[in-house]
Design a protein around this ligand. Structure first.
Ligand code: ADE
Length: 246
């Protein structure tokens, strides 16, 4: 996969792209990420990239010409052009999975008060928001999208089954995890996890994932894949029931 990210602030990306999984994925050749400075596509002595809004009102708007020029230079067949902005569709694990299938993503990080609407009308394929809050620009959202997408690419995570176990992957939050020591400051790891009985462990984890989702994110249950027995358990949790102690 190739990802180009177009920004006025390339320095924001240097730390995150040079650490951990995002860095490893690049050095292994599993993804090629290029940070492109929008200013290089602006013309004139001052390379102006923004201007006042027609009709008045405060703030500065990103001009269309540099963004069109940047995308037209970078775009090849199979590219998806995505604008990061608060007005976009909500970024979820399902959207990450969808984007992970693309050959080439071009991420446009918006700035200031917004972008000229013609960028939406005639340049981008998609608009994505990472949540209902306003950041100073699309750079951090672009990093969020890259992180979530790159870890799904084949070969990026050492454990190929990891994405399937993620929170949200099956429509539920993740189950609780423990590691050594088995007892820490009087807090014990649930006995079942030490039992070596993989069927009981799987059943315990499923029940705990259901309980946690009922308690914290009941909205997710509408799209979860559940058996009749699980639906019955959920109804019990909703009435205040607790999972049995192992
Ligand atoms: N730019 C500013 N805020 C944003 C958000 N929440 N998501 C995506 N891009 C943004």
């Amino acid at each position: 996969m190739r990802i180009d990210v177009v920004t006025l602030f390339p320095g924001i990306f240097s730390g995150p792209l040079q650490e951990s999984i995002l860095h490893l994925a690049q050095t292994r050749g599993l993804v090629e990420i290029r940070v492109v400075n929008l200013r290089e596509f602006a013309e004139g002595r001052h390379r102006v990239t923004d201007d006042y809004p027609f009709g008045g009102g405060g703030g500065m708007i990103l001009k269309p010409e540099p963004l069109f020029r940047a995308v037209e230079t970078l775009r090849g067949p199979g590219a998806r052009v995505i604008l990061l902005c608060p007005q976009g569709r909500a970024f979820t694990q399902a959207v990450a999975q969808e984007l992970a299938k693309a050959e080439h993503l071009i991420l446009l990080a918006g700035r200031y008060e917004g972008v000229d609407e013609r960028v939406r009308e005639a340049l981008v394929d998609d608009e994505v928001s990472i949540g209902d809050y306003v950041l100073t620009g699309g750079e951090l959202p672009a990093l969020v999208v890259m992180d979530a997408v790159v870890r799904l690419l084949p070969g990026v995570l050492g454990d190929a089954t990891a994405p399937a176990r993620d929170s949200f992957a099956g429509g539920l939050l993740d189950y609780p995890q423990y590691t050594r020591p088995a007892e820490f400051r009087g807090l014990r790891v649930p006995e079942v996890l030490l039992s070596g009985d993989h069927r009981r462990i799987a059943a315990w984890r499923r029940v705990r994932a259901l309980w946690r989702t009922v308690e914290r994110r009941p909205d997710l249950l509408r799209h979860a894949d559940l058996t009749e027995e699980e639906q019955r358990l959920i109804d019990e949790f909703r009435r205040g029931g607790r999972p049995p102690e192992p």
